[in-house]
Ligand binder design. Structure first.
Ligand SMILES: [Zn+2]
Length: 312
């Protein structure tokens, strides 16, 4: 059992009988053998807008690793599951003090509101009610913190996959391209109109960072084109240069250390804290269900469009 908004039982997710590439099956077999736990994969549409797939890291069951994925992403399932297996490796290799998750509590949301103050007044003057603004700030902070804290770990997983599992490159390439095209949605002018500047800036810088830190052969010109010549591009380069550790290694400690450096540079250290997996309170953490998000980046925009009735 595990706490949080995400609950398999609640959503009656279906256990997935995977028809996976031999390379993906091999990856799963290897992590099962090494950690002595079986990998259970379930399809659950309720994770949509929070991630394409997740490793439910909070469910520290003695006999299984739980991965959930959005069935709408079935055509990318090999890459998504291989990516989550990378997170299983990261967490299973990490020492107890590195097995952490970011947590966003009320005091962090209040700190973020203070940082966004002028822009929140601007939104209020545009006619948005304070309760909606409050909900939005929480969603924005959760999503931004998820991007900040998991992108370095995601980049390491993608580099490891590319280097160690060439049989999955085609699947990886297609899936990553779809993901990055989705991230470009955060550059839309209406997002800038209805979202505080700091959220828009940080979110797009982090998205650009994610693209820049992918393995070089996976980066298509169309992925970077929308960022070229913008302030996001330059800022992202600065953040990528701050990444610590060997980026093809699945070392959680250095991935989280990179996230801390990014937080300091972006001046958002007050928006979250790190908690040990077992200490995270229910319904906290950017991924709500204390799950590792494969791709949290679009949430900020998706939630915002939803809040404003555009059905993001
Ligand atoms: Zn991930």
């Amino acid at each position: 059992m595990f706490g949080g908004l995400y609950s398999i039982e609640e959503h009656e997710a279906q256990e997935f009988i995977p028809v996976l590439l031999p390379e993906t099956q091999q990856l799963i077999a290897e992590v099962q053998r090494n950690t002595r736990k079986r990998v259970v994969i379930k399809a659950d549409p309720s994770i949509r807008n929070r991630g394409r797939a997740m490793y439910v890291v909070s469910e520290q069951s003695p006999d299984r690793h739980l991965i959930v994925y959005d069935p709408a992403e079935s055509h990318h399932v090999d890459h998504l599951i291989a990516h989550e297996v990378g997170h299983i490796w990261q967490y299973s290799r990490a020492g107890p003090d590195a097995r952490r998750l970011p947590v966003v509590r009320d005091e962090h949301v209040r700190a973020a509101m203070a940082d966004l103050d002028d822009d929140l007044v601007r939104l209020r003057n545009m006619g948005l009610a304070w309760p909606s603004i409050n909900r939005s700030v929480r969603a924005w902070v959760n999503a931004t913190v998820a991007q900040l804290c998991f992108y370095p770990a995601d980049a390491c997983v993608e580099r490891w996959l590319f280097a160690e599992h060439p049989g999955l490159r085609k699947a990886q390439e297609r899936s990553i391209e779809a993901q990055v095209m989705n991230l470009h949605g955060a550059l839309a002018p209406q997002v800038a109109t209805y979202t505080p500047k700091k959220i828009v800036n940080v979110s797009n810088v982090l998205n650009c960072c994610f693209v820049q830190s992918l393995p070089d052969p996976l980066i298509r010109p169309s992925m970077l084109a929308p960022y070229q010549g913008t302030s996001y591009e330059q800022r992202a380069q600065e953040l990528v240069s701050l990444m610590t550790g060997e980026t093809t290694m699945l070392d959680l400690r250095s991935a989280f250390a990179s996230a801390d450096r990014w937080a300091a540079t972006l001046n958002i250290t007050r928006w979250f804290e790190w908690g040990a997996i077992d200490d995270c309170p229910p319904d906290q953490g950017p991924s709500s269900g204390k799950a590792i998000e494969a791709n949290a980046a679009f949430i900020a925009v998706g939630d915002m469009l939803g809040i404003w009735g555009w059905g993001g």
